[in-house]
Design a protein around this ligand. Structure first.
Ligand SMILES: [Zn+2]
Length: 580
């Protein structure tokens, strides 16, 4: 009575020759319906947290399929990422394949002679209609390697883990190697700091600081929505960020900068960002990505909330917890405001569009991105800042964005269908006592410049220029050993003169130059003066004449006003948990 039994799903993962970068993967489905002549195994085309199509199927080799007695089953591909197996009524099928895995930097899949890391969405096939069934995975570590994962171990078995569904599995990365682990408790929940690779870190200090971070989040959100949480750290030469998961995060960081206070503060800041995601995006999830669509882009206008609001609270919680000093927070804010006003793309693309088009713009970052795109991280963080101050001002500091985001978390559980920007507006209006149509039309759906002066005044802050007079500039950013241009701002003097991204600058007015000179020398000249830039483009030397203009946006400072009102004072103090 085959179909009286429930379909069950078992994966296995092997790594017998790590230096080949080939993972050995098997998936078995038991008790499949005998009525189906074929079954489709699919592999997702993207992974959570990075909204771009990777096409993981390109890494598959040596695919085969067998039935319960080991007999080969014919199969064919029906598109780039679907394998159709002629199962001829059998109840059990096993598919086997190798997956080439050598992209640790993308936090998708990697295997080398030191360790294995895999985000399951990048490598494990599934039958879509069975995505909600519980599953197990048996891992066969190489040599003396061991496994670290947020998946639950199966009692009585070795290296066997369980997930309640493929979706949960998809959000539970796996590390296998000689990584070190430190376990600590906060609020009765287990937490693990895992570090793979060597470095000059102080594990006891990191555990102490992570404990403080977890406590700050418990206070903010009111609950820790997991039984056990893993902070996975990879120490590597060329790290490129971090990714949030359901009860873990993966963070690639440089090995030898832990003694540098600013770098270490950056380390903790990224941990705050990723940990904040445990609530904002892993539980409180935009409608467009709940549930995930595996086979194509998942369109959503809410990444400004998922990422930008998370960035905003990273700065706020780092300051409230004392990791960032008040002056550092205000200086960073002043820099952000200059960046916001200097980015031409902010006048062309709205925050909602930046999110929707993340798949073809933000994550396909090009030299023109700064000129025609907003950035849902930076712009989202800035909009969060303004919305927070707006709600505090309107409610006489009775409510804030903290109240709104916590309410959203309670109102839109992961088991529901997700939230939209309209839901965010509605909840924000409930706590600000009136319409926020104009705010959302201007700053979320529109491209109106953010009115920083007005909003900062609600917290008794004043935005002022650091320079007494405007200074000329080129409008380019360049760096590296060969001083290559990596950004040319639309409308700037260099843009008008035809300087391109990729140009290698060798001299300014006939003299060798460096990245500092490129800013400082024009700043000492006058608007309207001409400078000659000598650049290599495509290995050919050429001179470009640039007519200097004044840099339109000054360097800012954010300062407290001399005589704050009671409301300004109370907003400032409760926003940053400080005293005026
Ligand atoms: Zn993030």
């Amino acid at each position: 009575m085959a179909h009286a039994q429930k379909v069950s799903v078992e994966y296995s993962l092997g790594m017998s020759k790590p230096s080949t970068h080939l993972m050995e993967i098997e998936v078995t489905y038991n008790n499949l319906s005998s009525g189906d002549a074929t079954v489709d195994l699919i592999l997702p085309v993207w992974r959570s947290g990075r909204y771009v199509v990777f096409d993981f199927a390109g890494g598959i080799q040596d695919f085969s399929a067998v039935d319960g007695s080991g007999k080969s089953l014919p199969w064919s591909k029906t598109d780039k990422t679907t394998w159709r197996i002629q199962k001829k009524g059998v109840a059990k099928i096993t598919a086997r394949y190798s997956m080439f895995a050598n992209e640790f930097n993308a936090r998708t899949k990697g295997l080398n002679d030191e360790h294995l890391f895999v985000d399951p969405m990048s490598s494990f096939m599934l039958i879509e209609k069975h995505r909600n069934l519980p599953l197990t995975i048996t891992i066969k570590p190489f040599g003396n390697w061991h496994v670290t994962t947020g998946l639950d171990p199966v009692k009585g078995a070795t290296n066997k883990f369980a997930a309640p569904s493929y979706d949960y599995f998809a959000d539970s990365p796996i590390e296998v190697g000689t990584q070190k682990e430190w376990e600590f408790d906060v609020d009765g929940k287990k937490h693990v700091l895992m570090i793979a690779g060597e470095g000059n870190y102080d594990a006891a200090q990191i555990v102490k600081d992570l404990t403080k971070i977890v406590e700050a989040h418990k206070e903010f959100w009111g609950t820790l929505p997991y039984e056990r949480y893993i902070f996975m750290v990879h120490l590597m030469a060329n790290p490129s960020g971090a990714t949030e998961h359901i009860n873990s995060n993966v963070f690639d960081f440089r090995p030898l900068v832990f003694k540098n206070p600013d770098a270490y503060r950056g380390f903790l800041g990224t941990e705050v960002h990723e940990f904040f995601h445990t609530w904002n995006v892993k539980q409180l999830r935009p409608k467009g990505i709940n549930p995930y669509t595996f086979m194509k882009e998942n369109y959503t206008e809410e990444l400004g909330v998922a990422e930008g609001f998370t960035d905003y609270y990273t700065g706020v919680l780092m300051t409230r917890s004392g990791f960032t000093k008040l002056m550092q927070f205000l200086d960073a804010l002043a820099n952000d405001i200059r960046g916001d006003r200097e980015r031409p793309g902010n006048l062309k693309q709205s925050l909602a569009e930046s999110s929707f088009d993340a798949w073809i713009k933000f994550w396909r970052n090009s030299e023109e991105s700064v000129n025609y795109e907003a950035d849902y991280y930076g712009k989202g963080s800035n909009v969060a800042q303004l919305l927070d101050l707006e709600i505090r001002q309107r409610s006489k500091n009775k409510y804030s964005l903290d109240t709104v985001i916590r309410t959203m978390f309670e109102k839109f559980p992961l088991s529901g269908t997700g939230y939209t920007l309209a839901d965010l507006r509605k909840v924000s209006e409930e706590y600000s006592g009136g319409s926020l149509k104009e705010f959302f039309d201007n700053y979320v759906y529109g491209t109106k410049p953010l009115d920083w002066e007005q909003y900062l005044s609600y917290a008794g802050l004043n935005l002022a220029s650091r320079d007494t007079v405007a200074k000329p500039w080129l409008g380019i950013f360049a760096g590296g050993d060969r001083l290559r241009v990596f950004r040319v701002l639309a409308g700037s003097p260099a843009y008008e003169a035809g300087i391109n991204v990729g140009d290698e600058i060798v001299a300014l007015n006939g003299y060798r130059t460096n990245a500092n000179d490129l800013n400082n020398r024009p700043a000492e000249m006058k608007e309207g003066e001409k400078v000659r830039l000598s650049v290599f483009r495509d290995d050919r030397l050429r001179d470009v004449e640039v007519t200097l203009k004044n840099r339109p946006i000054p360097a800012y400072k954010v300062e407290k006003v001399k005589e704050p009102t009671e409301l300004q004072k109370s907003i400032f103090e409760s926003w940053l948990k400080t005293t005026w």
